[in-house]
Design a protein around this ligand. Sequence first.
Ligand code: I24
Ligand code: DGL
Length: 275
Amino acid sequence: MRLNNHEAIGFIDSGVGGLTVVKEALRQLPNERLIYLGDTARCPYGPRPAEQVVQFTWEMTNFLLEKNIKMLVIACNTATAVALEEIKEKLDIPVVGVILPGTRAALKATQNNRIGVIGTVGTIKSEAYKNALKGKAPKTTVVSLACPKFVPLVESNEFGSSVAKKVVSETLNPLQLKKLDTLILGCTHYPLLRPLIQNVMGSHVKLIDSGAETVSEVSMLLDYFDIANSPDYKNEVNDFYTTGSPKMFKAITDEWLAIEDINIQQIRLGGMKHD
Ligand code: I24
Ligand code: DGL
């Protein structure tokens, strides 16, 4: 029997995109204490070589292990795609990525076995989604597409504009004639483009938000390992760490999470240049 029920659940991400997962966790798991680490100083991970993303992801993991987390959520698709397997293998706490939960939901949703996946260059190049889908259901047709313009679009606050509309429609054009009935949003930022993506793909295509699916899996694993916190021990303080500007990080968390008393600290990870 493990006695770590009151410890926090750790979340790591390349920046602030993983807050879409945290927002869902605050809703589905209000008894749990969360610790989030966003590597905003080195974001984005999407265009980086896999070996570098693996190294950065280990640096984040090691930082959170020192905080005695009871479970680790890799809330970034690019990091999950290239680093989940080896991190899971080496850690003795449960480690959850954002890719498998999304594939489960997609396989549940599809009726014609034709599933699309969109993500960063790193995620699509790794073929992690394709392998996971094919591994579970070999007859599935998987159409993958990297959308390198989407993250910059969201991060420049453009996700409602007519420029965004044009970029989304042009980027998704290769998917139009593929007869997909399900599309996995395989990147933390894409839920913010959801209305535009839905509009371009048509209302018959089911969009799967990997992050939201992941929290359901976290909830299930807390019960499976018997490490869920009880309301009596709820500790209100959620800690947020960033490698970048805490002020800018706070601006995003304030708008996105709208929670009070948020504790944000700037940290350095291995190999980072000092100011
Ligand atoms: N959204 C994201 N990243 C940004 C941004 C954004 N700027 C505006 N919005 N910037 O990701 C990244 C670089 N920063 C990050 C903070 O530290 C310094 C560097 C998506 C966030 C998903 C939760 C748009 C925006 C916002 C508030 C909430 C949501 C959102 F301003 F998309
Ligand atoms: N968090 C990343 C992902 O989900 C997107 C941002 C980045 O490229 O670092 O793939």
